[in-house]
Design a protein around this ligand. Sequence first.
Ligand code: AMP
Ligand code: MN
Ligand code: MN
Ligand code: MN
Length: 306
Amino acid sequence: MSIANVDLPVPGSALPDALDRSRGIDLHLHSNASDGVLAPGDLVDLCHARGLTHLALTDHDTLEGVAEARRRCERHGIRLLSASELSCQWRGIAIHVVALLPRGASPAFEAKLEVLAEARRTRAREIAHRLEKIGLDDGLARARREAGSERPLGRPDFAAALVTAGLVPDRKTAFKRYLGAGKRGDVKTHWPLMESVVGWIRDAGGVAVIAHPLRYGMTRRKRDLLFSAFIKAGGEAAELVSGYQNPDATFDLARQLDFHGLYGSLGSDFHYPGGALAPGTISPPPRSHVKPIWRHPALHAFASGA
Ligand code: AMP
Ligand code: MN
Ligand code: MN
Ligand code: MN
């Protein structure tokens, strides 16, 4: 056996044992393979410039950007997890589950992504139909122009179309009035159940992570029920910190993850440069007993740099 095959820790490359001592890690990032602005390669360059060493590209319902990101990561010596942020629903609430896929995608998983792409296409037609009633004509074509590519459309594309059509002053208002949770353009009936999505991830040898648990407008009690259902389905982790978070809320979330025995993940949920968030920007994780996601046995190679 050559020395290069011996599985020894590489100096400086092993990740810390605690979430509050993590540096250089961002496991929630978007490229223009979904609703991010940067091409995957440019995103990776930016991450490198910001000193990041361990990444997951988590575009919505797709792995399209991963190959390009991986080529660029290899150039910089950055570790990359194949990943995707999957849309699903639980008790009528749209939930995002990050699939971390250390083994990459199986053919079965790719087939499920096609199911999600089709759900997105059907949903886009319905959103366009609903927005006609508030004066957005030809919404599907307008959203397509805003997307600037053939990727499946998302609500941000409709938000941009509403702005361009002069129906709202900015995208934030578009979500607030028409596309946000509970508004007429918030169509979630096409998404699969959370339990199914977690099963797809497990079957592909992946780790399922509840994305931004504080962003669903749930009470703590409701979040307990969500976590219980998620764990019953085979889920194992949740994001302890997503971008900027209130420190008290994060501290309490850490207690909740610890109680449920969930691993904790971290990510900026970066979409575009020039906003409040950059890759690697998150509120500092509190000291806690929550185990870092990179201590999950399936992520050993990713974490060790092997
Ligand atoms: P979709 O996946 O098509 O349902 O779109 C969801 C995406 O819209 C999220 O991933 C965010 O990028 C964006 N988004 C959601 N809520 C808002 C909001 N209130 N303001 C701006 N962007 C939002
Ligand atoms: Mn998004
Ligand atoms: Mn999300
Ligand atoms: Mn996201």
